[in-house]
Design a protein around this ligand. Structure first.
Ligand code: PDD
Length: 302
């Protein structure tokens, strides 16, 4: 199986073609589980502590006992990088409820399924950052926090998938969803920021969204750079009046949006604050990596 990527499943590494889980896994049967998407730069995983903390919080929220410490999850992520000889990479850590008979009682699944996979990834095409992308305000609303809380990075992704389908049909790359109350909420795979009258705005987590790790880092960076920041409840009209819009997530970093539906954003090119923050974010990656204590658990290459 030389050349095939290695996948981690419950303590063992499998070549991709042999990496299999049960048809009784509740991740498949019900989308019952949580996940994290992470990114490694030069063999180090960015914001590893924050990702693992979010995963652990999600596991508690849906009563999955992962049965692994944060340290051992970090080690598995580093093992998958080493085993696949990856430096710049995309990593996906999934934890499902596990295998069990059909039914919703968590007691049917005593052991979660832990899957880790990784592939080479060193960023989206530079052209997207130079030109910006098109985003579409979609009709699909974000899940209400009182039903499936978007703060949980759940494997149950149908809400996001339906929103993305609507965006793709309209010719856009990302969907922007509103909350049920009509506030601007988030993208199907990203958080949203915009600039209006010199203020950087982003929906507050209380609107009902995923508290993105990148969102948090960008907020910190903006505040450190003396940019006025407002987290709150904003209408679609506020967003439509923006001079700049950008999206954040682990793989995008900071992605400029230059078309909202059919309308150019500002002058139709990535804005000044967007470009400034992207440059600062990229410059600070070595510092972010150095500051994250989880990188200390990195096992020796085997
Ligand atoms: N998505 N909001 C949603 C709904 C997301 O799915 C994501 C991440 C984010 C941004 O989170 P972060 O900055 O922690 O990556 C916000 C990942 C990339 C995914 O779908 O795999």
């Amino acid at each position: 199986m030389e050349g095939e990527p290695w996948i981690f499943i419950n303590g063992s590494f499998w070549p991709k073609s042999q990496a299999k889980i049960s048809v009784f896994d509740h991740g498949l049967l019900y989308g019952d589980g949580i996940f994290e998407t992470l990114r490694a730069y030069g063999g180090k995983i960015l914001f590893l502590t924050r990702h693992i903390e979010r995963l652990m919080a999600g596991a508690r929220a849906i009563s999955i006992n992962i049965g692994q410490s944060a340290e051992s999850l970090c080690q598995i992520l580093y093992q998958i990088l080493a085993k696949n000889h990856l430096g710049d990479a995309y990593l996906r850590l999934s934890v499902t409820r596990g295998e069990g008979e059909i039914g919703l009682d968590p007691a049917l699944c005593p052991h979660p399924t832990i899957i880790v996979q990784a592939r080479a990834f060193s960023g989206h095409p530079p052209r997207l950052y130079q030109e910006g992308i098109r985003a579409e305000l979609v009709k699909v609303c974000r899940n209400a926090p009182k039903s499936t809380d978007p703060a949980i990075k759940s494997l149950n992704f149908l809400n996001n998938i339906l929103a993305m389908q609507e965006a793709l049909r309209a010719g856009a790359r990302e969907a922007i969803m509103l909350s049920h109350e009509g506030w601007v909420c988030e993208g199907s795979v990203s958080n949203i920021f915009w600039v209006r009258e010199g203020i950087l705005k982003t929906p507050a987590t209380a609107v009902g969204l995923l508290a993105g790790v990148t969102r948090e880092a960008v907020l910190e960076l903006a505040r450190l750079s003396g940019i006025a920041v407002e987290e709150g409840y904003f209408s679609p009209e506020d967003l439509a009046a923006a001079k700049e819009i950008f999206l954040t997530n682990t793989t995008y970093e900071i992605m400029p949006v230059t078309l909202l539906g059919q309308c150019p954003v500002g002058d139709g090119r990535p804005g000044e604050i967007t470009r400034f923050l992207l440059q600062k974010y990229r410059e600070k990656i070595p510092q972010f990596l150095a500051e994250d204590e989880s990188n200390l658990v990195r096992p020796a290459e085997s």
